[in-house]
Design a protein around this ligand. Structure first.
Ligand SMILES: Nc1nc2c(c(=O)[nH]1)N[C@H]1C(S)=C(S)[C@@H](COP(=O)(O)OP(=O)(O)OC[C@H]3O[C@@H](n4cnc5c(=O)[nH]c(N)nc54)[C@H](O)[C@@H]3O)O[C@H]1N2
Ligand SMILES: Nc1nc2c(c(=O)[nH]1)N[C@H]1C(S)=C(S)[C@@H](COP(=O)(O)OP(=O)(O)OC[C@H]3O[C@@H](n4cnc5c(=O)[nH]c(N)nc54)[C@H](O)[C@@H]3O)O[C@H]1N2
Ligand SMILES: [Mo]
Length: 785
């Protein structure tokens, strides 16, 4: 602790060389008991990811078959997510009366989250300084009147965060389309959108093609741009199973992340006590955004060795010849420069792939958030296709999704560009013709609010202000609107970027029971591998006033639309099986939904490439495509910044200040830099710097007071945490084809900064020149390695 400020002090240690193990179990239990108490912790955690329990909200990794689940089928970070939601702390109307908006805005994101569960619907009136309580009926009326007073339904945008259940998502998109717009931006627009676009074009469906069994039985697993030890810890168990069966694992990542190097399985005594399993056989420390070149180089070697699956290529694909010609001609000098890898390292990877009878190809945000992300993912898909790694056991494409139900939300129609077939099915079920013009995605919604064309913003979950790029721009954009509506469990920064009028509609979470008129309701979710199942929370809701997301959405719909089109919103809000009945008739693959979701383990959605090697693309074949080799351009003296997650956060929710595996404790304003880059800039480990990003408009984008950490990252590539660095990501810098913000390749400069004074200015922010970045700079750093 810092004696003056009472804040913990930033400490930097050597990074860890293995993930999980005893510490992980101890940390999760300690956190859970502190927030929930002993009995509540036991009751809650033992139902997590069980067939008769609820689905963990921390990630979309699938559950094993019901018969193969452990008593404790969760990870450290899942336990933190549960403890965070099931906390006994409450943000009541008295709390909001005691704190003005300006006061709340002076606190950091972690403090906001620590104020506990919001208990009552709250409103900020025009000109108001505080949130005050409002009745549910009045809140719904307020939303309805504002929406109905717009000149056009397209002046409203309806955001979804990927935690919403299928039932909430389905009713929400139905309401939005019945209201008359396709403005359905979602967190996926900032996440795996590049994946959805690339896979839809290449294989005809935007989803991964593997099951958990495929991962267990693969010969080789490629993990590109993903940090499973922190973000999908239960994946490590699957990797360990695969390793024991002899799989070889290639990690492609600028950083040597602990979970990729070694894993100590806390579920097994051997894992707890022993040295653990070596996870990666080969780690390729690729330079940020070097993957496209790397995959083309691997392709070049495979073609040169004739190590491709000619039968599969001939029967199932198009475009092979053009691609083979393109990759045969790769310029190796350029490949080595772009990737920072030697030809020998790349050859070693290609040899492992050549020797593998079945490869699973995994990726996450390290591939999706670059300007050329769609091309990069198509190139990875090319490798899977030429190896015939689709639609056979132990092989396939495995985009590892983030939010626990982000994939299900898309299946349910949360998409600003849903295809006509889906809209036709909605029309046939509900008797109205949904709008056909594509709606706004996340980036375009922000542009619309900024430019005044979007007047109402509603968020079904999430924390738009801190999740979106260009924090200052998005804050100001939201403040220009007439009405902001946030359906939330806990306080976050987005509640402080208010429209003229602002509503907080508090909701029940996954951990909580949902009983209407004495009948217990359940919801359904879909994981990263297309398995759909039921989820039932065990706890009493945080407050009796709370409503479920389905009740809130149907309540707003009823208030706004009355009985337009004769849609029975009240019935759907009362009994979710009515919603599931509609889902079964609208969503392909969900026939007989009610019966299938209650089976233990649920059911798996159809996936033509996986199930029968059929490809619903334009050509009817899987499309092997040619992309020019390119990379983000970094001018002399500049660096490329990737923004990533620490081990102690869930997206914008900051649980604590311990990024244990990377050796950072007690603070988050740090930037990881190669020691030679530090030296070249005249800096040293421990120095404080300001980070500025470079973009061709006139906005100054700077975050201040970041402590440099000399770190094992490729030359020219630096890393810092999201969301503190979101003010640096330019709104207009997005991936070609998917419009996903380029959060993993931001061109920046580092400049020696002034030591923080310790005084907090009016905006509560001593460390940033942008008004919205409220992170306190860490007090005087101390090096301990
Ligand atoms: N505990 C916890 N779990 C989570 C989340 C959380 O915040 N906390 N978030 C959830 C969500 S929504 C998501 S989308 C997922 C995110 O899961 P990840 O994608 O694992 O998340 P990031 O921290 O963004 O990590 C990206 C990884 O990509 C690497 N990387 C960066 N740039 C490049 C590059 O150019 N090439 C390559 N090959 N690698 C690169 C980084 O070093 C890092 O290891 O996790 C989900 N699960
Ligand atoms: N720079 C940078 N920016 C990024 C990323 C990055 O890697 N770098 N990653 C991007 C990615 S992958 C994603 S997915 C987005 C995440 O974007 P979001 O999904 O918008 O953000 P979260 O932080 O997950 O949302 C947290 C809030 O959700 C609310 N909440 C929690 N549980 C519930 C619930 O059950 N119901 C409701 N209604 N609300 C709930 C709480 O109020 C909490 O404050 O951020 C993106 N932004
Ligand atoms: Mo995500």
């Amino acid at each position: 602790m810092d004696e003056v400020s009472g804040e913990p002090e930033l400490e930097v240690h050597e990074p860890k060389s293995s993930a999980a193990g005893v510490t992980a179990v101890a940390v999760s239990m300690r956190r859970a008991v502190r927030q929930m108490g002993v009995t509540r912790s036991a009751r809650t955690l033992l139902k997590l990811n069980q067939a008769d329990g609820y689905d963990c909200m921390s990630c979309a990794w699938p559950d094993p078959d019901p018969e193969n689940r452990h008593t404790a089928e969760f990870c450290e970070n899942g336990a933190k997510a549960v403890a965070d939601e099931a906390t006994r702390v409450r943000a009541t109307p008295a709390f909001f009366a005691a704190h003005s908006l300006a006061e709340l805005d002076a606190h950091d994101e972690r403090w906001l989250g620590q104020q506990g569960r919001i208990t009552h619907p709250m409103v900020k009136r025009p000109g108001g300084t505080h949130y005050e309580p409002i009745d549910w009926a009045d809140a719904f009326r307020l939303v309805a009147d504002t929406l109905n007073g717009l000149d056009s339904p397209d002046q409203a945008a309806f955001y979804t965060s990927g935690r919403a259940s299928n039932e909430a998502a389905f009713t929400y998109q139905l309401f939005v389309r019945a209201f008359g717009t396709n403005n359905l931006p979602d967190c996926s627009n900032m996440c795996h959108e590049s994946t959805s676009v690339a896979l839809s074009e290449a294989i005809g469906i935007g989803k991964g093609s593997v099951s958990l069994h495929d991962v267990h039985t693969a010969d080789c697993i490629v993990i590109a741009g993903q940090n499973p030890g922190t973000n999908h810890p239960r994946m490590l168990q699957a990797l360990e199973t695969a390793k024991r069966r002899g799989a070889r694992i290639i990690a492609i990542n600028p950083l040597r992340e602990a979970g990729l190097v070694r894993f100590r399985n806390p579920q097994k005594p051997r894992g707890v006590l022993g040295r653990g399993t070596e996870i990666a056989d080969l780690h390729l420390p690729v330079r940020v955004n070097g993957d496209l070149a790397l995959f083309q180089a691997i392709g070049s070697l495979l073609v040169g060795w004739d190590a491709v699956d000619h039968d599969f290529i001939a029967t199932c694909t198009t475009g092979y010849e053009a691609w083979a010609e393109h990759v045969r001609a790769v310029d190796w000098a350029r490949v080595e420069e772009i990737t920072g890898l030697s030809r020998a390292q790349i050859t070693e990877a290609a040899e492992i792939i050549r020797g593998s009878g079945a490869t699973v190809w995994c990726w996450a945000m390290g591939l999706t958030q670059h300007r050329n992300a769609v091309a990069t993912i198509k190139e990875l898909t090319n490798l899977a296709l030429v190896r015939g790694d689709i639609g056979r056991p132990g092989a396939g494409l495995c985009p590892v999704r983030g939010h626990s139900n982000v994939q299900g939300d898309r299946t349910m129609g949360i998409w600003e560009r849903s295809p006509d077939s889906f809209l036709d099915a909605l029309r046939d079920e509900f008797g109205f013709d949904p709008p056909r013009e594509h709606g706004l995605d996340t980036v375009r919604t922000i542009q619309g609010m900024r430019d005044g064309t979007v007047q109402v913003f509603m968020g079904l979950g999430g924390n738009f202000v801190h999740a979106a790029p260009d924090t200052r721009v998005v804050t100001e954009a939201l403040r220009r609107t007439r009405l902001t509506v946030q359906v939330s469990t806990k306080l976050n920064r987005s509640h402080l970027a208010c429209g003229e009028t602002a509503l907080i509609l508090p909701t029940r979470g996954r951990t909580e029971r949902d009983v209407h008129d004495g009948v217990e309701q359940f919801v359904t979710v879909e994981d990263s591998m297309s398995a759909v199942h039921a989820s039932r929370g065990p706890l009493e809701p945080a407050s009796p006033t709370l409503r479920s997301e389905v009740q809130i959405v149907t309540g707003i719909a009823r208030a706004t639309l009355g009985d337009r089109y004769g849609i029975d919103w009240a019935a759907m809000g009362r009994d979710y099986s009515v919603v599931r009945g509609h889902i079964s008739r609208v969503v392909p693959g969900c026939e007989d939904y009610e019966a299938k979701v209650v089976r233990p383990g649920g059911f798996t959605m159809p996936h033509p490439p996986r199930d029968s090697r059929t490809f619903p693309t334009r050509s009817g074949k899987a499309e092997i495509t040619v992309s020019p080799m390119d990379v983000v351009q970094v001018p002399e003296g500049h660096l490329v910044l990737q923004t990533l997650r620490s081990h102690d956060q869930f997206n914008t929710t900051i649980y604590g200040l311990s990024d244990r595996y990377r050796g950072v404790e007690g603070g988050r304003r740090v930037v990881f830099v190669h020691p030679d880059d530090l030296a070249a800039l005249g800096l040293a480990d421990g120095d404080l710097v300001d980070i500025s990003s470079v973009w061709d408009d006139d906005l100054d984008r700077v975050v201040e007071g970041f402590r440099c950490i000399a770190y094992d990252t490729p030359r020219g590539c630096v890393a810092a945490y999201y969301p503190e660095t979101n003010p640096l990501v330019p709104l207009d810098s997005t991936a070609e084809g998917s419009n996903c913000p380029t959060s993993k390749s931001v061109v920046v400069t580092l400049r020696r900064g002034a030591a923080p004074s310790g005084d907090v200015d009016a905006a509560g922010d001593p460390g940033s020149s942008t008004t919205e970045d409220h992170g306190r700079p860490d007090p005087q750093p101390q090096h301990q390695s």
